[in-house]
Design a protein around this ligand. Structure first.
Ligand code: NAP
Length: 412
């Protein structure tokens, strides 16, 4: 198995040249925080392209402020509307439309850095395009690795890309574990990875309370401001499950080497334990601009705008084990990782359908894991061979999930 990352050439091309950045998912929480960090370093970064799905006003405002060469909208009507607004405002940004355009701006020869911050499986193709063309990829879109970890990691190596994890946990591990892509953890003296989890808004809830949580309660994360999909994933702890799979691919770690530790303050962003008993941790305020700045500047440390960590004010750091009976999504993710092949892609597709249905008030909170478990248990798991195969697997799993939804809505 290959592991992260062509870190070997990181930073060598940063001297003396403004880095051109494409931000996939620019209107999202990660996208806007990336722009916030970039705007603090106009001498180092230029904005090449910004993309969104349907948020015309959001992307228009960003184009006015950052004047990218290209703006991409997924939807054709949104693209026409954006083009008209930009023309009226006298902004020279060229508007492109559709999925292929996302990959074009991720792989354009003039682009140095790609922030992969589209939410969900939709982020896979442009991330692959960036990998194949040797970009510095700041990977926030964990679903890419969950769906297609082996193919994506191979594309990173074959394309000579540089992969820097942006998920705060994986960024923390990257900071405390100077890994090399051909080595396994044991050879580096690593005993295990301790992936911290806030526990989400329902850490102390009873199973009865969990059955009746509302959409608004689930969207109210105690520590992080994030998009709706990842916020629900945090509440079910599927987010941590996806991160376990992500850590497997990034760090060449087996599932038994990745342990989840609930840490409600979200100050320690993850830890690595070494054979000699040392445990190295990365700490900071829960603010994504820290890992974003780390990815943008590596190996330099850039000012990010994040305030200093005040340990005296925080006072204490707590830890406990996750309860996999209360949060079955975490167990399901470990099981999918151990099953291997297409199982994680099926898990991911079923989860995306379940989260959408929960956000649309079609199912209850505890039906999210029930739906995913049902789809996993009725699907054939195959060895991963190609991206088109995974696209098919994703589509079939979504169909099975929607059938489950129809049946469950009919019976309630
Ligand atoms: N937020 C965090 O703190 C955080 C932390 C770690 C990892 N991540 C990961 O980063 C990714 C982005 O998360 P987020 O919280 O920033 O999400 P978000 O706020 O929901 O933003 C998602 C972005 O993706 C665009 N988008 C949505 N569907 C798309 C599609 N089908 N095709 C193309 N673009 C699409 C959205 O455009 P519109 O605005 O037009 O919908 C928006 O720009 C996720 O994979 C998440 O797991 C996030």
């Amino acid at each position: 198995m290959v592991s992260v990352s062509s870190v070997d050439n990181v930073g060598l091309n940063t001297q003396g040249k403004i880095q051109q950045v494409t931000i996939l998912g620019a209107t999202g929480t990660i996208g806007t925080q990336t722009l916030d960090v970039i705007s603090q370093h106009p001498d180092r970064f230029g904005v090449f392209a910004l993309t969104a799905s349907t948020s015309v006003q959001g992307l228009f405002d960003l184009c006015v402020k950052y004047k990218p060469l290209y703006a991409v909208m997924l939807s054709p009507t949104a693209a026409s509307a954006l083009e008209a607004q930009l023309k009226n405002a006298g902004i020279a940004t060229t508007v492109l439309q559709g999925e292929d355009a996302l990959s074009q701006v991720a792989s354009h020869p003039d682009v140095d850095v790609v922030m992969a911050a589209i939410v969900g499986a939709a982020g896979l193709h442009p991330a692959m395009a960036a990998a194949k063309t040797g970009k510095r990829i700041l990977l926030a879109n964990k679903e890419t690795l969950v769906m297609a970890g082996s193919l994506f990691m191979q594309a990173v190596i074959d394309g000579g890309a540089t992969l820097l994890p942006i998920d705060s946990e994986h960024n923390a591990i990257f900071q405390v574990m100077p890994y090399q892509r051909t080595r396994i953890l044991a050879d580096m003296g690593v005993k295990r990875i301790l992936l911290t989890a806030s526990g989400g808004p329902f850490r102390n809830a009873t199973i009865e309370q969990l059955r009746n949580v509302t959409r608004a309660q689930a969207l109210n994360h105690p520590n992080w401001v994030m998009g709706p999909k990842i916020t629900i994933d945090s509440a079910t702890m599927m987010n941590k499950g996806l991160e376990v799979i992500e850590a497997h691919w990034l760090f060449n770690a087996t599932s038994s080497q990745i342990e989840v530790v609930v840490h409600p303050q979200s100050v320690i962003h993850s830890m690595v334990e070494y054979n000699d008993g040392s445990v190295l941790a990365q700490l900071g305020n829960p603010d994504m601009r820290t890992p974003i700045a780390y990815g943008l500047g590596y190996p330099d440390r850039l000012v990010s705008g994040v305030s200093s960590l005040d340990l005296l004010k925080i006072g204490r750091l707590d830890f406990c084990a996750p309860d996999q009976n209360m949060f079955p999504c975490l167990r399901l993710a470990y099981e999918a990782l151990d099953a291997g092949g297409t199982a994680p892609a099926i898990l991911n597709a079923a989860n995306e359908v379940a989260v959408e249905a929960f956000l649309a008030d079609q199912i209850k909170f505890m039906q999210i894991p029930a739906l995913i478990e049902s789809v996993l248990s009725t699907s054939d798991i195959e060895a991963v061979t190609s991206i088109p195969q995974l696209v098919d697997v994703d589509a079939v799993a979504r169909r099975v999930a929607r059938d489950w939804l129809t049946a469950s809505i009919d019976t309630h």
